[in-house]
Design a protein around this ligand. Structure first.
Ligand code: PMT
Length: 401
């Protein structure tokens, strides 16, 4: 769950069956710490009540009655002014048309027109309505004015048909909200590449050599970078995790795949969180090694050192301006991490004590010490991988300033 404390979201809900999902979205935003003001159009109230939203947000949910009520003369200005972001989910074809053409005949559209806040819409309608040139024209107009658009997805529609027009799931919209809220952040216009997971080296078509990395720390870093406006590429080995919304995902397996992927990219920063093999089988058996042939002798060779390769290129071509490594150590943590900082040519390294159960591989928490190329050091207490990621991203942003 993101931390949206101190964020104020104005959620507009329009007349679509998908409005029931908006209640879940409002609940998720509230649980994340945001203050959520809701405006329902009159068509939305045919599907869902203001009370539903008031119950999950703890705040008043507004309707057109409020536009004509006592505080009506300032309400739309006040709601729009206070908002960090206006989210309209679901957004019908009708509301899209009103937004595109400046109609302001209800509380939601008059608030939209009066506000200077960023706007994100999540369209929801039948596929034919979405494809209609009128809707597509309105969509282009809104995009050209900087309105952000999340979805719609392709799939089952309320009409019984299948097509493009389904509102995204609340968790996906939440991901788009994070992008929208972060877009003016410290890493705005910066590109960050993050690697995550444990590499897999094949022994034969069935068996691999890998490690215990779950990808959690790397995925948290990708999300933390997106939260402050970075354009993120996540180079990941197979994991059970869902990549953050907005990350460009490159799927890899072996050290060589990861190295090739990194040499295809260039960015302001590279964060090498992945647990990468130091050794790999010298020969990969073409067919499955049979048990009946006895215990196999597997000869290993040294795998390429990705960071060393990339850092050496950095000095020539500035492929990555800031390079961050991790060191997973079970003994002599700081000495070993310091050696890696120097030998791999890093700007800083996160030394990970994997001897304790609550830090390192697969758990949700981490305890890291940051060692910097200038000799300074910052020891961080046990914290969630999300918090650790935010700390690392703060330093990346500082170094890029
Ligand atoms: O994925 P999680 O379950 O959340 O766990 C997170 C983590 C423990 C994997 C992560 O926090 C971590 O410590 N990652 C680095 C693990 C590791 O491989 O450390 P290392 O000391 O072996 O390597 C040092 C650095 O060199 C690392 O940045 C590594 O990516 C890089 N490396 C290693 C080997 C190699 N052949 N090429 C490399 O570039």
């Amino acid at each position: 769950m993101p931390n949206l404390t101190n964020k104020q979201i104005l959620l507009g809900v329009t007349g679509s069956i998908a409005s029931y999902k908006a209640a879940d979205l409002a609940s998720k935003l509230t649980q994340a710490g945001a203050k959520v003001d809701v405006i329902l159009t009159s068509a939305a109230q045919k599907f869902i009540t203001p009370l539903t939203f008031q119950s999950v947000t703890g705040c008043k949910a507004y309707t057109d009655k409020d536009l004509w009520g006592d505080e009506g003369h300032v309400l739309h200005v006040q709601l729009g002014k206070g908002a960090d972001l206006i989210v309209i989910a679901p957004c019908t074809a009708n509301t899209m048309a009103k937004l595109a053409h400046g109609f302001s005949d209800d509380l939601l559209t008059v608030t939209y027109l009066a506000s200077t806040a960023d706007v994100l819409i999540a369209p929801a309608m039948d596929g034919g309505m979405f494809d209609n040139p009128a809707t597509q024209g309105n969509l282009s107009t809104l995009l050209s004015r900087g309105v952000m658009v999340a979805g719609p997805a392709t799939g089952h529609l309320a009409s019984g048909l299948s097509g493009k027009g389904r509102m995204l799931e609340p968790i996906e919209i939440l991901g788009h909200i994070r992008i929208a809220l972060g877009k003016h952040g410290k890493l705005k216009n910066k590109k960050v590449v993050v690697t995550a997971g444990g590499t897999q080296e094949s022994i034969d078509p069935v068996r691999i050599i890998t490690n215990h990395s779950s990808g959690k720390q790397g995925y948290a870093l990708a999300q933390a970078a997106i939260d402050v406006g970075a354009d993120v590429t996540l180079i990941t080995t197979p994991t059970t995790l869902t990549p953050p919304v907005g990350a460009k995902v490159v799927n890899v397996k072996s050290v060589q795949d990861m190295l090739d992927a990194l040499l295809n990219e260039s960015a302001d920063a590279l964060i090498m969180t992945a647990a990468v093999a130091d050794f790999r089988p010298k020969h990969v058996a073409k067919d499955k090694i049979k048990k009946r042939d006895g215990i196999p002798q597997i000869e290993l060779e040294v795998a390429p050192d990705i960071l060393k390769t990339v850092s050496s290129i950095k000095s020539e071509k500035k492929r990555y301006k800031v390079v961050v490594g991790f060191a997973a150590e079970s003994q002599d943590l700081l000495e070993n991490a310091s050696d890696k900082l120097k030998s791999k040519g890093l700007d800083f390294i996160a030394a990970n004590d994997i001897s304790s159960k609550d830090a390192g591989f697969a758990v949700d928490t981490n305890r890291i010490t940051l060692l910097f190329a200038n000799g300074s050091k910052e020891s961080l207490p046990l914290m969630s991988k999300t918090e650790a990621a935010e700390k690392i991203i703060e330093h990346v942003a500082r170094l890029l300033e």
